[in-house]
Design a protein around this ligand. Structure first.
Ligand code: SF4
Length: 247
């Protein structure tokens, strides 16, 4: 739980605040960009939400924060927000929220699939999310884009009997994975769900293409709010920038 005594001085006065345990993962700034801003290596409340939609978005950020670094005076809204996840994004795809500190707040997604549901990367283990996934029909697979984003995949796999899929070159990060991809050819995971090796960010990085329209790009590419375009970064390329740009 965030501690008001540790709140950053840059927070705008009001109910929401960020404390000094923030790891600057950017999640809150993605989830509630009207409220949270980046300040010198951490987040802060740039402007308190002024309407219900803004307060709901900020409450979702509280739920999503991997380090419980966001405090608020909106307990009921935060409880309601925690029940929203997986949060529908488009068609059969939802955002899991509940990010993990071990994956530095990485996003994970739930695909409601006719042949069995999938996680793309894993969230932190959270009873509310487990129950929501159970109500949605459980999981048959967990596709891990790369070594950094496994979070609590093992617990979710065990709970739902789901098979974990990861590339061999990152597989040491997910001991016991039920399916290990090798080489650089595409691999069909399920109907309309394909794993595509994209080495570079890590040696075993892969992306997943769903229905030929939605690409789960892991850390191979991401949307830059600053540039208003897809971007990648040499600074956070852990394996080979040459391979990343080639793939
Ligand atoms: S989600 Fe939490 S850890 Fe991440 S930037 Fe926001 S306050 Fe910091």
């Amino acid at each position: 739980m965030a501690d008001r005594d540790l709140a950053h001085a840059e927070n705008a006065p009001g109910g929401f605040f960020v404390d000094t345990t923030c790891i600057d993962c950017d999640t809150c700034r993605q989830v509630a960009p009207a409220t949270f801003i980046a300040v010198d290596g951490h987040s802060a409340v740039g402007a308190q939400p002024v309407d219900e939609a803004g307060r709901q978005a900020a409450a979702r950020a509280v739920v999503c924060c991997p380090t419980n670094s966001i405090g608020s005076d909106q307990a009921a809204l935060v409880r309601a927000a925690s029940a929203e996840f997986p949060l529908p994004i488009v068609d059969d795809i939802a955002y899991c929220g509940f990010t993990a500190a071990s994956s530095f707040g990485a996003s994970s997604y739930f695909i409601h699939h006719a042949d069995g549901n999938w996680l793309i990367d894993a969230p932190r283990w959270t009873p509310q999310l487990v129950q929501a996934i159970e109500r949605a029909g459980g999981l048959c697979g967990i596709f891990l884009t790369h070594r950094d984003d496994v979070a609590d995949a093992a617990r979710y796999a065990q709970r739902f009997g789901a098979r974990r899929v990861i590339h061999a070159r990152d597989a040491d990060a997910m001991p016991g994975a039920e399916q290990v991809i090798t080489g650089e050819d595409e691999v069909a995971l399920a109907a309309d769900l394909v794993a595509i090796p994209t080495p570079g960010h890590t040696a075993g990085h892969c992306v997943a293409l769903h229905r030929g329209t939605h690409l789960f790009s892991g850390d191979h590419l991401w949307w830059s709010r600053r540039l208003g375009a897809l971007n990648a970064s040499r600074e956070v390329c852990w394996h080979s920038w040459t391979e990343q740009t080639a793939s």
